[in-house]
Design a protein around this ligand. Structure first.
Ligand SMILES: [Zn+2]
Length: 128
């Protein structure tokens, strides 16, 4: 399989931020402790054991991060209850597009058409 390059210049802010000493700590824990900033931090859902955050540097449109509320570094440190909850929150996209040169399309064309027609109607598009 031939390796392809994906040009994603928006990710450089994330990469450079990893070495920024003013941003030490865990952003998930930070977001967990700041519910008043959920919109700013792109927090979508909070559940008993998990937090769901929109990835600021997505591989895919709608790339969500699903993490346990409890700070752990490895998945095998999660309890069965945490794992079950995170699995139940998981969507139908994954790392396939990153690791196996396969793109998962999560929406039917007819559903997309209906969604685009609705948005077009709401925004009076095309405005020609
Ligand atoms: Zn943490």
């Amino acid at each position: 399989m031939e390796r392809k390059n994906l040009w994603a210049p928006w990710r450089i802010k994330y990469i450079q931020g990893l070495s920024d000493s003013s941003k030490t700590g865990c952003f998930i824990c930070h977001n967990q402790e700041s519910p008043q900033d959920d919109d700013k931090n792109l927090v979508l859902w909070r559940t008993k054991k998990s937090i769901v955050i929109i990835n600021r540097f997505p591989y895919n449109n709608g790339h969500l991060l699903i993490a346990p509320v409890r700070h752990i570094g490895e998945l095998d440190q999660a309890t069965d209850e945490e794992l079950l909850e995170m699995i139940k929150l998981d969507g139908d996209t994954n790392f396939m597009s990153v690791c196996s040169d396969t793109k998962v399309i999560s929406q039917s064309l007819t559903e997309l058409l209906e969604q685009l027609k609705q948005v077009s109607k709401e925004h009076n598009l095309p405005g020609l």
